[in-house]
Design a protein around this ligand. Structure first.
Ligand SMILES: C[S@@+](CC[C@H](N)C(=O)[O-])C[C@H]1O[C@@H](n2cnc3c(N)ncnc32)[C@H](O)[C@@H]1O
Length: 278
């Protein structure tokens, strides 16, 4: 049977608002600061689910923000504009007629090929979506592409499983992984046989002179607790390039293997050909 991601089975996984976005306070401060110099800002959310974060931003900032959302397909929270109004109501976000004229523009597509022009957005955000993206390196390159120069990205990239979650369940795989990361780690990003923890992502950016902050983001819900990672980076050049080739077959095989060992594993694991160049 074809694997269906948890968010496509459970409605509560696509309706998180600002409160459940680890970077929301920093985001709000950044928007306020930028609005002192700019009349309007253009913001994109990748994997916007039901659009709750975007609707809350609309409620706070009104037509000062031009809001865009992207989902992989029409069945992940919003089929059309009417759904945005229903979703707002469900979360007690009261929209005025004026707000309704400025509803976020929702598109459907894959983050690895963002359907927007380059240098288009002041801010790109994302929450609990990168774990589901196949070829995260390409998606990050795309985020960088669509940002304006000096634009900023606030991305929750991953949640990293605790020992508690995995206790004794995947020893076979661990013996093949880089020893350094055996403990408590769900490999999410591998180059050949080497695991690159999300907290080391900064190196891909820093070697290209791009400023990035990696932020530890602990989380806890009914099933699991752990530490997530989020990043904030600033566009300061034309391009971000990972120089990695996504290995679709190996990625799918490893993801399937991990899920067979522990059904709690969600999202996908990326395997790339190439070498770390940092
Ligand atoms: C777990 S939901 C999170 C939704 C919302 N951000 C939240 O936190 O409630 C993941 C979302 O990412 C979107 N998504 C998954 N893979 C994607 C991809 N490759 N490109 C764009 N969106 C993707 C899905 O459509 C879905 O809306």
């Amino acid at each position: 049977m074809k694997y269906k991601p948890n968010y496509a089975r459970d409605d509560t996984k696509i309706g998180r608002g600002l409160k459940k976005f680890h970077l929301s306070k920093k985001l709000i401060v950044e928007i306020k600061t930028r609005l002192k110099k700019n009349k309007t800002l253009r913001i994109l959310e990748i994997g916007c689910g039901k659009g709750i974060v975007l609707l809350e931003l609309l409620k706070i900032f009104g037509n000062k923000l031009e809001l865009y959302g992207l989902n992989l397909n029409r069945y992940h929270g919003i089929k059309d504009k009417k759904d945005l109004i229903i979703n707002a109501k469900d979360k007690d976000i009261i929209l005025s007629d004026f707000d309704k004229r400025n509803l976020p523009k929702i598109s459907f597509g894959n983050a690895i090929k963002l359907p927007y022009n380059e240098n288009y957005f002041d801010i790109v955000i994302s929450n609990v979506t990168f774990v589901h993206i196949k070829n995260k390196a390409k998606a990050l390159e795309n985020v960088y592409r669509v940002l304006k120069l000096r634009g900023i990205a606030f991305l929750q990239l991953d949640s990293y499983m605790t020992e508690y979650t995995f206790k004794g369940k995947i020893p076979g795989l661990y013996t093949r992984l880089n020893k350094k990361y055996q403990k408590n780690y769900l490999p999410r990003f591998m180059i050949g046989k080497e695991c690159i923890p999300i907290k080391d992502f900064s190196k891909f950016f820093e070697t290209q002179g791009i400023k990035i902050k990696v932020i530890r983001a602990p989380f806890k819900d009914k099933l699991k607790e752990g530490v997530g990672y989020a990043v904030i980076f600033w566009k300061s050049s034309d391009m971000l390039k990972f120089n990695l080739i996504y290995d679709k077959e190996k990625s799918e095989r490893l993801t399937k293997f991990m899920r067979s060992k522990n059904p709690i594993v969600y999202g996908v694991i990326d395997v790339y050909k190439g070498k770390t160049n940092y």
